[in-house]
Ligand binder design. Structure first.
Ligand SMILES: C[S@@+](CC[C@H](N)C(=O)[O-])C[C@H]1O[C@@H](n2cnc3c(N)ncnc32)[C@H](O)[C@@H]1O
Length: 276
């Protein structure tokens, strides 16, 4: 069922407060994972030396930094002031600003490429972000974004969400929210690309792996370094959270390879071109 405007605004506030709080923990737990698909996303967006690139929902700026390595001219934006501070500290040579992906402070036809790493699943109104990417792209420019692939057994999200389903108690502390894995579905991504005016939509799965030293690192990443999943876990009674931790740990123990726990967390990478 469609969410009301008030529900969408409440969800946006929940996300913003959550990212302001979780910025450094996300960096610690998820940064080495999410940056594994940055090169594939920049390839999909055809970013080369001299490209003018916008990285939206930039977080600590991993994709922006990868684009800078290609000698692109890069700007990163995020709606969380804490993330933008972290990005400026981490990559002081890059231009970062506070801005929403749904209302970009740039003129039409400015960029050769717009990219967004793992941001789409946090937006109250993703269609607005597609529209803004389209508006600020030059003709022929490409919009590419990653989201977490749909959860599967034996993979990061599948392990944790199944454990929450099996042990968790229904909690009303989460605000009503858009579906988290909506754009992991390539048909839905292509539908919104087409509706926005983009052409040549394409989607592929990009492998990514956590290489953890401790079997508790996966639980800790969700328990401390996210927004919706963290709120879901934190709102459980302590004994339930402990049962979830223990189930996640047992699943992660099965993934030991050499000296690490090798946990697949694939990305779904979608891209399309503005005609011209
Ligand atoms: C999962 S993190 C991804 C960070 C980074 N791009 C990466 O690849 O790891 C999601 C980011 O989206 C940002 N975000 C969420 N909603 C946003 C919005 N409406 N506009 C801009 N940024 C947003 C959050 O502040 C957070 O930094």
């Amino acid at each position: 069922m469609a969410l009301s405007d008030a529900e969408l605004r409440a969800f946006e506030e929940f996300e913003k407060a959550g990212w302001d709080r979780a910025a450094s923990r996300y960096h610690e737990h998820w940064g080495f994972l999410s940056c594994q698909s940055a090169e594939a996303m920049l390839n999909a967006a055809q970013v080369v030396d001299g490209s003018r690139v916008l990285d939206t929902a930039t977080g600590a700026g991993y994709v922006a930094a990868a684009a800078e390595q290609r000698r692109a001219t890069i700007t990163g934006v995020d709606f969380s002031a804490a993330q933008v501070e972290l990005a400026k500290d981490t990559y002081p040579e890059i231009d970062f600003k506070v801005a929403s992906a749904e209302a970009l402070p740039f003129a039409a036809n400015t960029f050769d490429a717009v990219v967004m790493g793992f941001g789409m699943n946090h937006l109250p109104n993703p269609e607005a972000a597609f529209g803004e990417a389209y508006r600020v792209l030059k003709e022929g420019g490409i919009f590419a974004f990653t989201v977490w692939a749909s959860p599967k057994p034996g993979e990061g999200f599948g392990i944790v969400l199944t454990a929450i389903d099996n042990h968790g108690e229904a909690n009303s502390k989460l605000p009503p929210a858009p579906p988290y894995f909506r754009f992991a579905d390539s048909l839905e991504a292509h539908r919104i690309f087409n509706l926005t005016g983009f052409v040549e939509p394409s989607t592929k799965i990009v492998p990514q792996y956590w290489r953890h030293k401790s079997p508790d690192d996966v639980f800790n990443a969700f328990n401390e370094g996210a927004v919706r999943a963290t709120a879901m876990l934190q709102s459980q009674p302590a004994r339930v959270r402990e049962a979830i931790r223990s189930t996640v740990r047992n699943e992660v123990l099965k993934l030991k390879k050499d000296n690490v726990y090798l946990v697949p967390v694939p990305a779904a990478l979608s891209s399309a071109r503005k005609p011209g």
